[in-house]
Ligand binder design. Structure first.
Ligand SMILES: C[S@@+](CC[C@H](N)C(=O)[O-])C[C@H]1O[C@@H](n2cnc3c(N)ncnc32)[C@H](O)[C@@H]1O
Length: 235
């Protein structure tokens, strides 16, 4: 925990990739073009129509800079070789994850085709050479992908914020994880269902350490943590 707080949480360096990725976010926030999107998951309850402004998607769906950059630092520090992101959206967090591990690969999953196309363009514009966006409903894309790409070293679960789907993704990912896998769950306190999902993840027998940063929850499985511990940190 000391190491994590010192080296990751409190790392105030302005890394080179921060500015270009945040410039892309800024452009997305100013982009008033509309695209046709399929609605997936509980997080989409804010906007019901299928025509959405890119600016509105950027404002409501993307991880804010503070957390996207924290995810960058987690990946930069632990250097996982195989990263999965469930919920690419416009590719902002994906760009951070990809930049953090040039020697690893990022596979990011997105249901909406039009959104995924923009994400691919954004990843290309950040010079990403190690990322791929898989388009389709997670249930259709993830199991087959995992059967051919194992183990997973790092997973960011940021789509379909409901209890059962979240726990299903957790189960699938667990089947392809090892002691050194790190999982990050988004919006763990967003709803009663997400509270329950987070509680179930914490209680899982092979989880050894969790860190609750309120907007995200981080899960470790390392056996060297002899006693299971849960930390909540104000971040
Ligand atoms: C919160 S956004 C992801 C934001 C992104 N991780 C970031 O911080 O830049 C969630 C995305 O997951 C996608 N999504 C939600 N449920 C899904 C499902 N069941 N299958 C495929 N995609 C899904 C939505 O279309 C949406 O674009």
């Amino acid at each position: 925990m000391f190491e994590f707080i010192e080296k990751v949480l409190n790392d105030k360096n302005q890394y080179d990739c921060y500015h270009p990725i945040e410039s892309i976010r800024k452009k997305l926030l100013q982009n008033n073009n509309s695209i046709e999107v399929e609605d997936f998951g509980a997080g989409s309850s804010v906007i019901k129509t299928n025509q959405r402004k890119i600016s509105a998607i950027a404002a409501s769906s993307l991880k804010p800079k503070k957390y996207a950059q924290l995810l960058y630092r987690i990946v930069k520090y632990y250097q996982p070789k195989h990263i999965i992101e469930l919920g690419t959206s416009l590719g902002i967090t994906a760009s951070y994850l990809s930049s953090a591990c040039p020697n690893g690969k990022l596979s990011s999953f997105e249901g909406s085709k039009a959104i995924a196309e923009i994400a691919k363009m954004n990843l290309e514009n950040t010079g990403s050479k190690n990322s791929e966006v898989y388009t389709g409903e997670f249930n259709q894309t993830l199991p087959d992908y995992l059967n051919h790409n194992s183990p997973v070293d790092f997973a960011f679960i940021d789509g379909n914020h409901r209890k059962e789907p979240t726990l299903t993704y957790f189960k699938w990912l667990l089947e392809h994880s090892n002691d050194y896998t790190i999982m990050v769950f988004d919006d763990i306190h967003w709803s009663k269902e997400m509270e329950e999902a987070w509680e179930a993840v914490k209680q899982n027998a092979i989880v050894t350490l969790t860190i609750d940063l309120f907007f995200i929850g981080i899960v470790f499985f390392r056996k060297e943590f002899k006693v299971k511990q849960h930390f909540s940190i104000r971040y």
